[in-house]
Every structure is written in C-alpha cells, then in structure tokens.
Design a protein around this ligand. Structure first.
Ligand code: 0O2
Length: 242
C-alpha cells in the first residue's frame, strides 16, 4: 500500500498531498465520500510512519527515566537534569533528502535519515553522560548503529556532545518494528553553548565580518565551557570521595 501510493516520491508536505488529491478526484468527478476515503488511505501510512518514531522516543525516554531513578538512589542525586525530545519536522526531512540527493520516499527516509526521532539528555556532569550511555547500550533490546564522541573529539567549531544512533523495538498492534533514534547526551554547559551556536547558524542578517568575530568568540567560549565541565567534575569527585 505504502509503496504503491508513494512510488512517484513524497510531495512537499502532507497538506499539499491532500490538496493535490482533492484536485485530482474533483477532476474525476468522485463523490465526497470516495474522496475522503482516498485522502484517509493516503495520509494514514504517513501518519503511522511518524507515529512509530513517537513511540520509539517514548521507549528511550522511559529507559533514561528509569536509569535516572536508579542512579539517584545509588549516587545521591539525579544524573539527568532534563530530557528534550522531538520528531524531526517534515520540512527538515525533505531538505535533508534534497541536500543528500536521496529519493523522496518513505523507504528512503527510513533507511537514510537517522535523526527523525531525537532524544537529548542533559546532565550536570560529563562522567554521568558515559555512565548513562553505557547502561543504555547494555540493554538487550538496544542495538547500537553508530556512535560519535564529540566530547573526546570536539568539532572544530567547539561543538561537544555524545551522539548515539540506536535501534529500539516498538510493539504495534500486529507487529514488532525496529526504529532508529538519535540520542544526544550533553552537559548543561555543552547544551548552553550548542543552543547559542545553533541560533547563530540560522541568523541570516549578520555581516561576514561580524559572523567571523562571533564564530571566534563562540570557539573561545567552547574552550571555557569544556574547562568548566572538567573543573566541576573534579569538585564533584572530591565531594563523593570525602
Ligand atoms: P537539528 O535541528 O538539531 O536536528 P547526519 O544527521 O548523520 O546525516 P551528521 O553531520 O553526520 O549528519 O550528524 P552529527 O554530526 O551526528 O550531527 C547531527 C546533529 O548534531 C545536528 O542535527 C545537531 O543537532 C547536532 N550538531 C552537530 N554538529 C553541531 C554543531 O556544530 N553545532 C550545533 N549547535 N549542533 C550540532 P541537525 O540535523 O543539524 O539539526
């Protein structure tokens, strides 16, 4: 069903797809009921596709919440400050497919776009990031697809975070499905830096000179933030030992 409907590629947005179907069926003189059925039939697979990612996010979030509870008892304090999750919006997915010159089909999205489901876990301390990541990866229903450690190896811009692409099973009405989720683990300082840098990236109205100056300033801030994380970790370790 999915394959038949989207062989020609996905439209720019589900709304546009619905409008195109309405126009098409009006030309064919379909009655309203038939038209609604057709719209429903076409939209449901897309909605189901995205719903799977929402379910996968719920599974991963629950795993981190359980670990947070367990760690809070063992290590005297919650390692997780907050969890932010999102399903990538349709426009960003299509833009990424175009950028990577990939086919605009659901199959292509599922296979090639790893961050449709994103879970960001914010911790106070760097060591908790690795502890939580190891605990997640040890769970027997989690498969690690790819790991990028931008904490040990920061990007030239100064970006730091631990990225995991994992696959987690979700249990649907009649089937079990493996779904990919991108997990980003960061400290509060890393998140603070990345949020500001992200804003700068999307700011169009800055002159090239100002942009260069702000980029350099952010690179300096990244070093200060990395040093802050190290010093805070040392203080915490001292407090835990005494
Ligand atoms: P958004 O809006 O945050 O979702 P891939 O996704 O695998 O095709 P890549 O570059 O190999 O591409 O992935 P990588 O390096 O693991 O980074 C993907 C995500 O990490 C980005 O998602 C950002 O969220 C974050 N990220 C990576 N590098 C930077 C950086 O230099 N600065 C900031 N602020 N964030 C970064 P998206 O898709 O860019 O956007």
């Amino acid at each position: 069903m999915q394959e038949e409907r989207f062989q020609g590629g996905l439209p720019e947005s589900p709304d546009k797809m619905a409008m195109e179907l309405v126009k098409f069926t009006q030309q064919l003189n379909f009655n309203e009921e038939k038209l609604l059925d057709l719209v429903q039939e076409s939209i449901i697979p897309v909605e189901q596709f995205f719903a799977n990612y929402t379910c996968a996010i719920m599974r991963i979030e629950t795993k981190f919440k359980v670990l947070n509870e367990q760690f809070s008892v063992k290590y005297d304090g919650n390692p997780i400050e907050s969890i932010k999750s999102r399903v990538k919006d349709y426009d960003s997915i299509i833009r990424k497919l175009i950028r990577k010159k990939l086919p605009k089909t659901l199959e292509s999205i599922e296979e090639n776009i790893n961050d449709i489901a994103g879970v960001r876990v914010i911790c106070s301390f760097e060591e908790d990031i690795y502890r939580l990541a190891n605990c997640l990866l040890q769970q027997d229903d989690i498969t690690l697809i790819r790991q990028k450690d931008y904490i040990k190896y920061p990007k030239p811009s100064g970006y730091r975070s631990l990225h995991l692409i994992v696959s987690v099973p979700i249990f649907l009405e009649n089937e079990k499905k493996e779904v990919k989720v991108e997990v980003q683990l960061r400290t509060i300082a890393m998140d603070f830096w990345a949020s500001l840098e992200h804003k700068l990236k999307y700011k169009k109205s800055i002159s090239p000179e100002k942009l260069e100056m702000l980029t350099q300033e952010l690179t300096d801030c990244a070093q200060i933030s990395a040093s802050l994380d190290t010093r805070m970790q040392k203080i915490r370790n001292y407090l835990l030992e005494t």
